[in-house]
Design a protein around this ligand. Structure first.
Ligand code: ATP
Ligand code: MG
Length: 423
């Protein structure tokens, strides 16, 4: 069997208390004769090779899932069988989660789900993984196993399928999206032509994926520090249009990412970035349906993409204050960034920066009167109450939120009298 072994320095994440407890439970620290060959796999190994921080830690082991559960139980660790049919068990240790998967080979893939057979052969397990940089495994003693040239690829930022791209894509079309997601995060060398051609030839298969999975991948991709290059390749291959109707003009997201970085290093917001790749007349509700967004995300996407209020370089201070009061600062600053990223090239930055500064400095104001005050003045409950309140609130906004409760009550009284005169 091909493949190389490297000696790797033991990284601090490999020996934390929680990791040691899991390894001990799995039998990976037993004496040489009964030791189980459990190893770290997935993103933790890839990121270590690339010198990047390690997030969640995935492990794989030759033991079958029932045995893994047994071992975790005996060690007093909580086991959650989240994906038992694929051999995956979550171990909860000191508030951390570890995904433990039995070595497997995939048989009978239908384009998304594979029928799974367990194996004790690490080479078979490496072969079913998606990319060479994701097919590494690292033994707790620091021996790193690399069957497919993943170390060299990881170091060069080369995202490459294990095996023939078209075959691997047809087993599981999600891999098209994973390809561009990993490329967005880790790609430094260009994707090769046969890989891109295989994506283009198989875009139709994306229709088999659930909206939730597409959303998950898209959100992770959009949150990459600089997703523009990956998005451009996706658009080129016809992938982007397939998952986000009408997407393709990437000028705005390119500028948005740049502005986010310039303007006080704002945390990227994946929905705002999504809004930036939508065409101006996009139907946010339809996009939300396709991606199965949560109600909160659906509402936020709608609020980000609505035409009104127009916040552009001509917006006067009163208009901006009104928007801040009604929508809140986070939404307003995202809308300003979006509008700015769609503005003509070479426009002066100062008016946009001023709006962002106003949003950052915004202290929420509370309108000091309510329905009860209107009723107390003798207005019958009904639409007139809301109408009067809205008019008075508009006056209060126009007065710079300055009038106190007494001042607003005074104005309210006048307004009610006016309504009565008109009635
Ligand atoms: P992340 O940092 O996003 O967690 P990861 O590489 O750990 O990256 P996961 O989705 O957690 O990604 O998957 C763990 C590992 O399982 C991957 O590194 C890869 O080896 C394998 N894998 C996951 N999904 C697939 C898939 N659809 N096809 C093939 N292998 C996969
Ligand atoms: Mg992972």
């Amino acid at each position: 069997m091909p493949g190389s072994e490297h000696r790797w320095p033991i990284a601090p994440w490999m020996t934390t208390g929680a990791v040691t407890r899991v390894l001990r439970a799995l039998g990976a620290l037993d004496g040489p004769n009964e030791r189980v060959d459990a190893r770290f796999v997935g993103g933790a190994v890839r990121n270590t090779v690339m010198g990047l921080p390690v997030g969640e830690i995935d492990l794989a082991t030759p033991d079958i899932p029932a045995k893994v559960i047994d071992r975790l139980d005996s060690a007093g660790l909580k086991a959650v069988p989240t994906g038992l049919e694929h051999g995956t068990i979550l171990a909860l240790v000191d508030g951390e989660t570890f995904e433990i998967t039995t070595l497997r080979r995939d048989t009978a893939c239908d384009g998304r789900h594979a029928a799974v057979e367990f194996t004790t052969d690490w080479h078979e397990d490496a072969r079913r993984r998606d990319f060479t940089m994701n097919a590494l495994s690292l033994r707790p003693d620091g021996v790193l196993f690399d069957d497919h040239g993943g170390v060299a690829d990881a170091r060069a930022g080369r995202v490459r399928f294990v095996g023939a791209p078209a075959d691997r894509i047809q087993e599981d079309y999600l891999r098209i999206l994973r390809l561009f997601r990993f490329y967005a995060w880790y790609g430094r060398a260009p994707l090769d032509a046969p890989t891109l051609a295989a994506c283009r030839a198989n875009v139709g298969g994306l229709g088999r994926l659930s909206g939730e999975r597409i959303k998950q991948e898209l959100a992770k991709l959009l949150l990459a520090p600089a997703p523009y290059g990956a998005l451009a390749l996706m658009a080129d291959a016809g992938v982007l249009q397939q998952i986000v109707a009408g997407a393709g003009d990437l000028r705005a997201i390119n500028r948005l990412v740049e502005f986010e970085q310039d303007e006080r290093h704002r945390e990227p917001d994946w929905l705002c970035r999504l809004a930036a790749i939508l065409p101006p007349a996009a139907d946010a509700g339809e996009i939300a349906d396709c991606l199965r967004l949560s109600n909160a995300d659906r509402e936020r996407l709608a609020a980000l993409t609505k035409v009104e209020p127009v916040l552009d370089e001509h917006a006067d201070p009163l208009h901006l204050r009104r928007a801040l009061h009604r929508l809140g600062a986070p939404l307003v600053s995202n809308r300003v960034l979006l509008a700015w990223s769609r503005a003509k090239d070479g426009e002066p930055a100062a008016p946009w920066r001023a709006m962002l500064a106003a949003a950052a400095a915004w202290v929420p104001k509370t309108f000091p009167v309510g329905g009860a005050d209107v009723l107390a003045l003798g207005v019958k409950s009904g639409p007139a109450v809301g109408r009067v309140l809205a008019a008075v609130e508009e006056w209060w906004i126009g007065a710079g939120f300055e009038p106190s409760r007494d001042g607003v009550l005074e104005h309210l009284k006048q307004r009610v009298e006016l309504e009565e005169d008109q009635a």
